[in-house]
Design a protein around this ligand. Sequence first.
Ligand SMILES: [Zn+2]
Length: 450
Amino acid sequence: MGSLVMNNCESGYDEIPGKDDLLKGLACQPLFLLPNRVWRTYSGGKMIEKWQGAPDSSVGGEPFTKGDDRFPEDWVGSVVRATNIGREYVTDEGLSKVRLEDGSVVTLQQVICSNPAAYLGQAHVEMFGVTTALLVKVLDAAERLTIQVHPDQEFAKIHFDSPFGKTEAWYVLGARDGTEEPPSVLLGFKPGVTREMWRTLFEKQDVQGMINALHRIPVEEGQVFLIEAGAPHAIGEGCFLIEIQEPTDYTFRVEKMTPRGEVIPDRACHQGLGFDSIFESFHYDTYCYEEVCERFLLKPREKATDRVVTRGASSSIPDQDKVENCTHEDGKNASHDWMQGDTGDKRRVDGDNNKIFNGQLVTLIDEHDTRRFGMERLTVHKSVTVQRASEFELAIIVKGTGAIMWDTESAAIAQGQSIFLPAYLPKLTWTCDSSEPMTVLLCHPPKSII
Ligand SMILES: [Zn+2]
């Protein structure tokens, strides 16, 4: 395991003279991440701008225009540099940034390197070194992405000397109107597809044949897909989603041209390994439609209601449906069980004892699905306090407005904002002030290297 521990500070950390104490001190507060758009081989981004409100185009890289462009992704809490052939001159592309009190802008990596254990958590640093071991992106596709596959950890270790492959998962934020077909994703080989057949389709560049070899699954808001490394996939036109993944940018593409007719350099298809290696990285399992949904489409876990407190949630309740989500199967109030029982879990959600429904925390991805990362969805109706484990989290405000409170301080938060929550922060209170509930995605790093 020791050989897998990474230290991003050694190669990428430029100490900032005179600011070390300032950077160290930020571990006591949430870090609000600046918009961080990244160039890609496909177009999009209009939905991100709409969702985030006015973007801050003065920060990082090239300014982007309103609407769709070649910056269709926003990388959240990223300590990973993007791999864009021909754009190597943008040396900090992909790296998340924060603005300091004095107005200067530093990378999240620089902040973390000032005090890794406080930001990432001691156990995390011992296991992974000074890396988040995680990458999260907001992604808006104005066109279908090319059919692709990502390497697993074994392949990545051999060919890239990397401890991480690229298993990924998608949380669907929504879909665009006006697309030719209902927004969908292509995922998993259909029965009968073999390695030889797949290679032949590639050699002929029979794109329609490749599309036909994969299942097409329509997307709906709130769905969670888990795309294990090795699984063939393509995000379809009009999909707007949050992607959580292992912290690499290794993508193998079997299409040499984008759907809009732009030629993709060979190197961007095979990452310098040659085309033969692409076909090594696919896993050639096949599925019928029901099987592919069962395998890759995750269901929110009811067990997460164990961690929700709604003290006295039986009167003054605005929405009975929502309250049902907050009780155990036997009908007992979840808060009562929580307060009495010991689930062994360090995190919990607490309410403010005013007999109204405050919030709900649901597990979307945990170690039973993958050991590469985790994800929860926090729905805030009024105000909830979340006790935190000593690990960092990335929070994304998916919907609504409100405030986040820590220690004696607070800050307004709104849809589209991303926040790095240092491991050092003991607890946080989330408050919703919009008429609709506020929805927050909490992204977690892996618990262990396997
Ligand atoms: Zn992918």
